[in-house]
Ligand binder design. Sequence first.
Ligand code: LMR
Length: 336
Amino acid sequence: MRRLLSTLTLAVAVVLAGAAVAAEEPAEAEAPILIRFSHVVAEETPKGQGALLFRRLVEERLAGKVEVRVHPNSSLYGDAKEMEALLLGEVEMLAPSLSKLYRYSPALQLFDLPFLFDNMAALDRFQNSPDGRELLRSVEPRGLLGLAFWHNGMKQLTANKPLRQPADAAGLRFRIQSSAVLEAQFETLGAKAVKLPFSEVLHALKRGYVDGQENTWSNMWTQRFFEAQKYVTETNHGVIDYIVVTNARFWNGLPEGIRTALEAILDEVTAEVNRQADAINEAARQSMLAGGKIQLVALDKPQRAAWREAMRPVWRRFEGEIGTERIAEALAANRR
Ligand code: LMR
């Protein structure tokens, strides 16, 4: 009996001691939810700035609950792998160019049609219309969630010879994003389109693997394309714009309060990115031209009309996949 009592006493003592230790130890802190935001451009571009602002606001408002890590300049994943990484849960957020998303939603090819939007304000109006919002949701059947449209800017053409008339582009090789519309756009000019990831463009231009390319001022400036190209023709013939995209399973699995807070932050960041994009591109334009390494080819009205006419057949080729009504809606945004 005495032995039983002392065994019980010992057991109680062990339990109490354990409880005392547990009370002293702070509960193990839950690790913050990690959002890896990967992208392919420099931090000084509209998208680069947007990713940094998103990280800063999350740090300020959701400290300890959510951590955002930004991986710019294809440092984690480049064009070829980033969508796969998102679907496999290796990153949580991307902002790919719309041109690279047509495999996930053919209707997004709309945004690549040459000379569709007169300027970024028209693009913005269209994206905020019911048709635009529908396109943002069009990636959902593929397990993705389109969270916002972010702007970059209008595209210009560069080459090592001045491109004044569409015929000047014939026979040249142009780097393009992975897009069937952009391929058709250069083929219509009698040029050759070469699909290359963004991170390889400067090298390809320097080695002469391609003769020219199309991009925004901010991308051309931050990637130093002016080191490999002598002329930039201010065509404003198309747009580079993004969908901020996440994995639907990840996003819908977030605690509701966190998800709502992230969406509110993203709304704020989107407004700021889209407000600043034109100014960032204009500053890049001025820096690039002031550097003196690349010469501006300005087009007069008839010359720009000639480029528009030359590229126009592309519309007819893709209107079946895109939808003629959708094209008409987008065009109407120029007049609103
Ligand atoms: C490109 O590949 O030229 C651009 O779309 C890169 C980007 O994300 O702006």
